[in-house]
Design a protein around this ligand. Sequence first.
Ligand SMILES: [Zn+2]
Length: 297
Amino acid sequence: MAVAEADLKTVDIIYRYEARDTAARPLPMDSDAALRRLNGGNSNFAALLDHVKHESGIQQIILVDPGDLGLDPSVAGAPKQRPFAAVLGCSDARVPIELIFNEGPNDLFVVRVAGNGLGTEVLGSLKYAVDHLGGTLKLIVVLGHSGCGALTTAVDVFLNPGDYLAIAAQHSIRNILDRALIVVQASATRLLSAFGDGVTRNPGYRQALIEASIVTNAALSAYSIQQEFISHDLQGLQAVYGVYVLETREVWAPRSGSIKGGGLASPPRDLAGFAAFSDAVVQSERIASYLNSGASD
Ligand SMILES: [Zn+2]
């Protein structure tokens, strides 16, 4: 069907390089500033695409230092690597990390692997960032996303254990799955204790378990990174977690005292913290929406 020209809406996301004496966007000085920048960037990105429903000709300009692509004539050789955050995300093609945070080249040290789990190569890459980019690196982010295929498969195997046979001989897939199953088991236990045995018969249960597992997986990974890499002599560095919600383009991180849970958040610090986190997950608006919508079907 032809669309009238007046109805065409455009969004331009532009990387702008300008010759300038000062930095186009100064680096965050500490982990709190880095966290604010990423949360603000994601809010702007999500809002930008909301506006397209009502406005036309929308632009988002991301300023970039020419030096970050080797265009600074006063600097010889390759630009120096200077990311302010490392991000462990999923390989899912719908979650382009720099784009969803409004960032550009040389801003983020990105590691992407299906299910954003902590395998050996992932840990090695993050360790490299911590050891070699400490001058600018302020934040390590673990970012899951809604509807993640890796966690969805783990939930389906958990609900139908017979399915495991089909993948038992596929070592590479099992590596990802076995790690995820521990998180699914913990999330299922929490949903049962919060809503009772009947929750497994709720038509929205599978979806609620998938989404609870995705965010628990991200929070647990951020906790592990905090414990393993961020020792007392690296006080300036902080690990955080979140889930990119494909439907809204916003980052979600349920935690105590926030039913909505917008933006990235710090992981629990201990066992009591994890209990409070798990409560916040099962009581969150998002998880409740799956159980409520399923119940009314
Ligand atoms: Zn995924």
